[in-house]
Ligand binder design. Structure first.
Ligand code: IPE
Ligand code: IPE
Ligand code: MG
Length: 243
């Protein structure tokens, strides 16, 4: 168990990570991109474990966007293969560590056998009460808002919801992150400074960090540095400074 050095009230409840730079990591070493993605999975395992040990409530990891289908068939195949391998190898482990897995994104439109593996991972860990681990897979923020709008329309048409009852809270509860706190901290590795369609509603007041390090090189020390940086920030939410 690591020592918790950050004051609990200064710890982010919800951390969201855009795990970027696997391809460049491989290229720098003259390796195929597939090995960059494989190294990325290892980095991810370490960050999941550390988040769980530190008592982070929610960790959202951007693993595959709705736009990533544009990549070559070969690369999409590698990523889908790694996803299955991860589910096969890690779900029991995560279960034992009290981690609950949730998928953000359109699982129904995932190909088989990935869809079944993801649903099984969610079902298997549904009773777990420790770290809430969100995997964003086939996820796009605009697509999430579209699906939320669709749910609300269906409720309205069935008579269960009136237009004036659509509050920020009803919309929040129709999102893939229903029931979870908003994102406090976004970390995007690799030096790119953009959101790439990740959690647009939930990150509205998040603190953003763009460390210049490729995802497979992002380890525990870099994670701690990110949490330290977050703890030192002054969040005002439109109000006045606490300082
Ligand atoms: C992130 O690494 C992983 C996914 C998007 C699945 P990239 O594959 O985007 O790596 P770069 O950006 O090409 O270096
Ligand atoms: C964002 O990375 C998606 C994931 C990390 C899964 P990309 O590498 O796909 O984003 P862009 O294309 O550079 O914006
Ligand atoms: Mg990238």
């Amino acid at each position: 168990m690591p020592e918790i050095w950050v004051k609990p009230e200064r710890m982010p409840r919800h951390v969201a990570i855009i795990m970027d730079g696997n391809g460049r990591w491989a290229k720098k070493r003259g390796l195929p991109r597939a090995l960059g993605h494989r190294a990325g999975v290892e980095a991810m395992r370490a960050i999941i474990r550390e988040s769980s040990d530190l008592g982070v409530e929610v960790l959202s990891l951007y693993a595959f966007s709705t736009e990533n289908w544009k990549r070559s068939t070969e690369e999409v195949g590698v990523l889908m293969g790694l996803l299955l391998e991860f589910c096969g190898r890690e779900v029991e482990n995560l279960y034992r560590n009290n981690v609950r897995i949730r998928i953000l994104g359109d699982v129904e439109r995932m190909p088989e056998p990935q869809r079944t593996a993801l649903k099984n991972a969610m079902e298997r860990t549904a009773s777990r009460t420790g770290l809430q681990l969100n995997f964003a897979i086939n996820y796009g923020g605009r697509d999430e808002l579209r699906r939320a709008a669709q749910k609300l329309c269906e409720q309205a048409l069935s008579g269960a919801l009136r237009a004036e009852e659509v509050t920020e809270e009803t919309l929040r509860q129709a999102l893939d992150t229903a029931g979870q706190p908003d994102v406090d901290l976004v970390i995007r590795t690799s030096g790119e400074e953009r959101m790439s369609n990740f959690l647009p509603f939930q990150t509205a007041y998040a603190e953003l960090q763009f460390p210049k390090i490729l995802w497979p090189d992002f380890g525990i020390n870099e994670y701690h540095a990110a949490l330290d940086d977050f703890a030192a920030r002054d969040r005002r939410f439109g109000g006045r400074s606490e300082k």
